[in-house]
Ligand binder design. Structure first.
Ligand SMILES: [Zn+2]
Length: 317
């Protein structure tokens, strides 16, 4: 699988449990990060001087944080789109940083997609994960990551090696509503000032969710990956209080909508898949990797879904 994210830390916060789940299962997990996150706020006082407005060294520092996060998730294949430093963090929408000559927001769509096509040509992902057209919450780099990923998939498909399924990260309305309730009386309420899930910039009706990945067993790996991004996520973040107050499920379960491809078998009132590969057949190569990795390690859980039908692109894998 191929995940396309905007900044270091997005992979951990948004899809960390999914990545850890599939990496532990012996699947090939490739992460592509589009920028170095140069414009991030710094939450470690000792490193405040790295900020864009100071020495502008944060991006380089975050390469190491991302490496730590990938190690925590068990992900061994990580790339920066076009190489580290090709595209710069654009900052929040409307800021002058949007206009930097290397800002990802200014990227030529086909050039940026071309870098991703080359990665797809090499790793042949069956499944791609990225953001929805609003970049989940509207950050310009997330919107651009969506555009670039979708364009690259289109180009790769034309050449016969596009992903069979494309998912966008999502948060079901029911989960947001449960979160609003659970936190209503908390002194550390991330939803303070919000009464209704509809007021938030994200949230997808449950009927539109396609997959629920239960990475509860990997919630500790996800939390460790988030802690690797120490300049970005303060130690006292509500994200960690969720983890300790509400158990692994809040951290470990992640949701997706299906943008491209046929939905596989699922369960529950909306037929949610429990596997992003549901309905796809495993390529021989991935099976071999899973068999190899089981030799000296705890039993690898091979992606459990039996083949259902044959995706059009199967011949290329
Ligand atoms: Zn981001």
């Amino acid at each position: 699988m191929l995940l396309v994210h905007a900044h270091p830390d997005d992979e951990a916060i948004g899809t960390g449990a999914t990545m850890a789940y599939y990496a532990a299962a012996g699947g090939g997990v490739t992460l592509v990060t589009c920028t170095l996150g140069e414009e991030g706020e710094i939450h470690v006082p000792a490193f405040a001087g790295l900020a864009a407005a100071e020495s502008d060294q944060l991006g380089g520092y975050r390469i190491a944080e991302l490496a730590g996060a990938c190690a925590a998730l068990g992900v061994r294949d990580h790339r920066f789109l076009g190489g580290a430093g090709r595209y710069r963090d654009s900052g929040m929408m409307g800021l002058a940083t949007n206009d930097h000559p290397r800002a990802f927001w200014q990227a030529d769509l086909d050039e940026a997609a071309g870098y991703l096509v080359e990665i797809m040509r090499e790793v042949r992902p069956q499944v791609m994960v990225t953001y929805d057209p609003n970049g989940f919450y509207g950050h310009p780099d997330h919107i651009q990551a969506h555009r670039v990923a979708m364009r690259a998939a289109e180009l790769a498909t034309a050449e016969g090696f596009g992903p069979a399924k494309i998912y966008w990260t999502a948060m079901p309305k029911s989960v947001l509503e449960a979160g609003l309730l659970a936190f209503a009386d908390s002194s550390d309420n991330p939803f303070a000032g919000t009464d209704q899930a509809d007021e938030l910039p994200f949230g997808t009706p449950d009927a539109q969710i396609a997959a629920r990945i239960d990475g509860t067993d990997h919630h500790a790996a996800k939390e460790a990956a988030m802690r690797a991004h120490a300049t970005q996520i303060p130690d006292n973040s509500w994200l960690y209080s969720i983890a300790s107050n509400f158990g692994g499920e809040f951290m470990g379960v992640e949701y997706y909508t299906l943008a491209v491809g046929a939905k596989g078998p699922g369960s529950g009132p909306y037929g949610w898949e429990d596997d992003l590969f549901a309905g796809l057949s495993l390529p021989a190569q991935a099976t071999a990797v899973a068999a190899d990795s089981s030799a000296g390690e705890p039993a690898a859980v091979v992606v459990p879904t039996p083949p259902v039908g044959t995706p059009a692109e199967a011949g290329a894998r």
